[in-house]
Design a binder for this molecule. Structure first.
Ligand code: NAP
Length: 256
């Protein structure tokens, strides 16, 4: 029987969230009666209700996160942020090392092209912009509003943009068409959307997971090309792909 450090076991787990995985992990910890704090960047106006205490907004870089970990008595961190939230994930690696707090990343596997897919893999956003067709086309940008400005450099195309919240100010991509919708999406709905807007091709990032894969299945069904932006490279850290694995790691850290 392992010795249980009850002081450490009572320390809350900090979940760096903003994803379906973060929401599921928070629900699992609440159900198990384990203390947790779920942290959001505060980008979404109406995040889903949470079964554990929530904190919102940046920590103030690595130093701010180190201060927070100490002040809140955090026992361990599970980074369940989006695979493209590279800044937050890098900060978590550095801050946990500095504060001596165990860190695990819960990261969904990347999507992989299958038969019938027509993907062009690119390493970053700039290369995705450069990879757009030379002649005017209707492009579905499934990339998030903070990355739209890069496409203003290619004004010859018609862009469809899907956003979680209605834009409150002009988007940095003049003339784009906006579709406001919150996932998860399904293949039939995304196929209809692309047909309705007579889409010629997609640009997206390799987010992975099931909630946003519908657009890729729809593109495959319609024979449309996809410009796929690869994930950013991150510092070395322990990574698991599933909620069960994260819970096993958590229980091992708790000694129960
Ligand atoms: P990012 O570029 O890696 O982070 C920028 C800064 O935002 C971080 O340095 C941190 O500020 C703050 N931040 C990010 N995630 C946070 C969190 N969970 N709790 C507290 N502060 C956080 O992140 P991003 O790509 O803008 O994503 C922001 C949030 O949206 C993340 O929670 C992510 O999981 C979620 N999300 C992102 C995407 C995406 O495509 N990137 C998609 C879906 C959901 P300080 O340095 O001040 O601590």
């Amino acid at each position: 029987m392992p010795m249980i450090d009850s002081h450490s076991a009572m320390r809350p787990t900090l979940i760096l969230g903003g994803t379906t995985e973060g929401n599921r992990l928070a629900a699992a910890l609440a159900q198990a009666g384990l203390p947790a704090v779920h942290s959001f960047a505060g980008r979404t106006e109406a995040p889903r209700a949470q079964p554990v205490p929530v904190r919102t907004g940046g920590f103030g870089g690595v130093d701010g996160l180190v201060r927070y970990l100490r002040a809140a008595g955090i026992g361990r961190v599970i980074d369940a942020t989006h695979p493209f939230a590279a800044q937050m994930s890098g900060n978590a690696v550095a801050a946990c090392a500095a504060a001596g707090v165990p860190l695990l990343a819960l990261e969904r596997p990347a999507w992989v092209a299958g038969p019938g897919d027509d993907w062009r893999m690119v390493p970053d956003l700039g290369t995705a912009v450069a990879a757009l067709p030379a002649t005017p086309a209707r492009i579905f940008l499934a990339i998030g509003r903070q990355h739209l400005a890069a496409f203003a450099a290619r004004p010859g195309h018609r862009y469809l943009v899907r956003l979680v919240d209605p834009p409150r100010e002009a988007l940095p991509l003049p003339g784009c068409t906006v579709e406001v919708a919150r996932g998860p999406f399904d293949m039939a709905g995304d196929r209809d959307l692309m047909i309705r807007h007579r889409i010629d091709g997609l640009v997206t990032r390799n987010a992975g997971g099931t909630g946003a894969v519908a657009k890729l299945l729809a593109a495959r069904a319609l024979g449309l090309p996809v410009i796929m932006i690869a994930r950013p490279r991150l510092s070395a850290r322990a990574v698991v792909a599933t909620l069960d694995e994260a819970l096993r790691w958590l229980h091992a850290d708790l000694g129960v």
